[in-house]
Design a protein around this ligand. Structure first.
Ligand code: SAH
Length: 262
C-alpha cells in the first residue's frame, strides 16, 4: 500500500509514520509513505499556498495551482490510487470504508487547511471526500492519519498476529470483548475466572458473549445491521430468561421489589 499525503505540514505525518505499527509496516514493506509538501509546488519567491476568498469574508483558501501540481505529482507516483480529500463535508469514515480503501494499491490523501481548498480542485481532481466525524479540525492531517492507521491495521501482516484485526470492533458489526492482563487482581477487581481456565473453547465463547453484551448495551444499531446468528440468539434467550426471573421476583415482592415503598 502506497500512501501519499499532500500537506503544508509534512513533519506531522512523518512523526506518525516513524512510530509504532506504521513504522513496522514500513520496515516490512507492507506500506510505503510519502508526504508531498504542497508549498514545493507553489510558484514565486514566497511559495504562497493560500489566498483571500472571492466574495470577501474572513479566513483563507488554499490556492488551486499548487494543489493541482501536487496532485499531478502524486499521480505520477501512484497512477491507480484514488485521490481523496479529507473534509468535514465528506462521506463518514468507518470500518467498512477502511476495508474498501485497503483493497487499493495506493491512496492519495489531500489535507486541507484554513477554510479549505478551492472548490474547482475538488471538482476537477477529487474522487472521494472523507470525513472522520461531525466536527471541524484545523487541518486534514489528523483525519488522513486516522484513515491511514485504520487501513494499515487491515493489511495482511501489519499487526504481526494475523487474526488480531479479525476480532476488532465493527468486524461483522459487533463490538470487541473486554481485555485483561496481569495482575489477576487489581484494586480489588478480579479478572473474569473463565479467562484463567485455560479452556480455549470456553474462553472463545465468553469473548463472543461479552462482545455481544457490549454491542447490545452500547450499539444496538449494529445488531439490526447484521442479524443474530444461532449462538447469539441462544445467548440472548439465556439473558432474557435471567431478566424474566429477576422481573418476576420483583413482581412477587421479593428482594429489590418496590411494592413495599409504593
Ligand atoms: N470551512 C470548512 C472547514 C475547513 S477545516 C467547512 O466548514 O466545511 C480545514 C481543513 O481541515 C479541511 O479542508 C479538511 O481538510 C480538514 N478537516 C476538518 N474537519 C475535518 C473532518 N471532520 N474530517 C476530515 N477532514 C477535516
Amino acid at each position: 500500500m502506497k500512501f501519499i499525503a499532500l500537506t503544508i505540514f509534512p513533519e506531522l505525518l512523518q512523526a506518525f509514520w516513524d512510530n509504532g505499527i506504521m513504522r513496522r509496516a514500513t520496515a516490512e514493506g507492507i506500506i510505503a509513505s510519502t508526504a508531498i509538501n504542497i508549498r514545493d509546488h507553489a510558484q514565486g519567491r514566497h511559495r504562497v499556498t493560500d489566498d483571500r476568498p472571492y466574495g470577501g469574508g474572513c479566513g483563507m483558501v488554499m490556492k488551486p495551482e499548487p494543489l493541482a501540481a501536487a496532485i499531478e505529482a502524486a499521480r505520477q507516483m501512484a497512477p491507480t490510487a484514488p485521490t481523496i480529500l479529507l473534509s468535514p463535508q465528506g462521506q463518514q469514515f468507518n470500518q467498512a470504508m477502511a476495508q474498501q480503501l485497503a483493497r487499493h494499491q495506493g491512496l492519495i490523501l489531500v489535507c486541507g487547511r484554513y477554510e479549505g481548498i478551492d472548490e474547482r480542485v475538488t471538482e476537477q481532481y477529487i474522487d472521494l471526500e472523507v470525513s472522520i466525524g461531525d466536527f471541524v479540525l484545523t487541518g486534514g492531517e489528523l483525519a488522513a492519519m486516522a484513515v491511514m492507521d485504520a487501513v494499515t491495521r487491515l493489511l495482511p501482516g501489519a499487526l504481526g498476529n494475523e487474526d488480531s484485526a479479525d476480532q476488532d470492533s465493527f468486524k461483522d458489526q459487533r463490538l470487541d470483548c473486554g481485555h485483561h492482563t496481569r495482575p489477576p487482581q487489581f484494586q480489588g477487581r478480579d479478572v473474569p475466572e473463565v479467562l484463567l481456565s485455560g479452556n480455549h473453547d470456553l474462553i472463545a465463547r465468553w469473548r463472543r458473549a461479552d462482545g455481544l453484551m457490549r454491542t447490545l448495551v452500547r450499539r444496538p444499531d449494529l445488531l439490526r445491521v447484521k442479524p443474530l446468528n444461532a449462538e447469539e440468539a441462544a445467548i440472548l434467550e439465556k439473558w432474557r430468561h435471567e431478566i424474566d426471573v429477576l422481573l418476576q421476583g420483583r413482581r412477587d415482592g421479593g428482594p429489590g421489589s418496590s411494592s413495599g415503598s409504593g
